[in-house]
Design a protein around this ligand. Structure first.
Ligand code: UD1
Length: 360
């Protein structure tokens, strides 16, 4: 069976790596190629992950880069079509909810190539989020839907997706986490040398709803500047957020608020493991903190990952300064939450995915 895996943006890399590695164990059954759309292209957003996750060098890189959503999606579609026609895969595997995911799904559907979606069925029910549109369209078109949790199955069934297309396999990102946790702990000594704090808050923010508007971003940054006077705060800044901070002229010179370059997978994981609190708007980090049992506040009004709230350590907090500050102070003063692991978040999701392919 000829498989083409598609990655494009940072959160795709840790989802594809375990599946590619698992399929490689069955050489006679699978021939694999890896296509990188180049949606993320900077060293710290892409290459460092290939190195740390042991991903093979992409067979094709479309080198699309940044642009408006329509432009980026259209470029990925136009540039991937000849690749698909030349390689003629039996299955294309797409990951997550980024523009690369939906673009390839659309192209494949017109060429009659079957698509499998890993991380299907998640819904925030907020159609102002570009990722929600990507998720809805991808799941309507893809033939095989691999879901991380039961809520995803319920969403898909409600949308009329046939039961036999859905496979509840668990969370493949947790496979990567389980696999690389020992290496991340080895990195901890270096990381601790750089940030020698007893307690610290770890922050990531890049959602358009938080960083594209001057007022919202100012409120968030002002909350961070204030809380960091109490607990040092480490904030690896996503390129989109950096652009906004520069554009809006938002500056914070509090020495306890550490605005740093985006980190690689291992360093960031080490920082999550040892954090007192994580504040984020990322989907993946809500899941990783749930697995690690680290308290997490999500600066959003909704989440497509409700299991991280119902079972895990996550709590929605919104993005206003007052709400952020009071929630952070409360979390820092409470004992560590006792979350539960969602079923099948056990480090063996890739095996279950590959088993489904073997049965086809
Ligand atoms: C994308 C995904 C989002 C995911 C996030 C993880 C979509 C719609 N969004 O958002 O779901 O959570 O990636 O990072 O697909 N940039 C660089 N270097 C890079 C990549 C981006 O400087 O390597 C800058 C560019 O200026 C660009 C901006 O970041 O304009 C945004 O990049 P883009 O890929 O369009 O979306 P993200 O906000 O990263």
């Amino acid at each position: 069976m000829r498989i083409l895996h598609v990655v494009g943006a940072r959160p795709n890399f840790m989802k594809a790596a375990p599946i590619i590695r698992e399929m490689a164990k069955f050489q006679g059954e699978f021939e694999q190629q890896l296509l990188h759309t180049g949606q993320h292209y900077a060293l710290e957003m892409s290459k460092v992950f290939f190195d740390e996750l042991g991903l093979p060098k992409p067979d094709v890189n479309l080198e699309v880069g940044s642009g408006s959503h329509a432009w980026q999606t259209a470029q990925i579609m136009t540039r991937s079509e000849p690749v698909l026609l030349a390689y003629q895969p039996d299955w294309v595997v797409v990951y997550g909810d980024v523009n690369s995911t939906v673009a390839l799904t659309l192209v494949c559907s017109k060429l009659g190539i079957e698509v499998a979606h890993v991380e299907a069925g998640l819904r925030s029910f907020d159609r102002s989020m570009p990722e929600e549109i990507n998720r809805l369209i991808t799941d309507q078109i893809a033939e095989l839907l691999f879901t991380p949790s039961e809520d995803a199955d319920i969403n898909l069934t409600r949308e009329g997706v046939a039961r036999e297309r859905i496979h509840l396999v668990g969370n493949v990102m947790i496979d990567t986490l389980v696999d690389l946790l020992p290496k991340a702990e080895e990195k901890w000594l270096d990381v601790k040398g750089r940030f020698p704090f007893e307690k610290y808050i770890l922050v990531t923010l890049h959602r358009p709803s938080n960083v594209d508007h001057a007022d919202t971003l100012s409120q968030i940054m002002s909350a961070l500047a204030e809380i960091s006077l109490e607990v040092p705060t480490i904030f690896p800044v996503h390129p989109r957020t950096k652009e906004s901070l520069d554009k809006f002229g938002i500056v914070h010179d509090n020495p306890q608020l550490h605005l740093i370059e985006p980190l690689g997978y291992l360093e960031f994981l080490a920082l999550q493991v040892h954090a007192s609190l994580v504040l984020t708007d990322s989907g993946g980090i809500q899941e990783e903190t749930t697995y690690l049992g680290i308290p997490c506040l999500t600066a959003r009004a909704n989440t497509e990952r409700p299991v991280t709230i119902n079972l895990g350590t996550n709590q929605l907090v919104g993005s206003s300064k007052e709400l952020l500050l009071s929630a952070m102070r409360k979390k820092l003063s409470e004992p560590k939450p006792q979350g539960k692991l969602p079923p099948s978040w056990d480090g063996h999701t890739a095996q279950r995915v590959v088993e489904v392919f073997k049965q086809l």
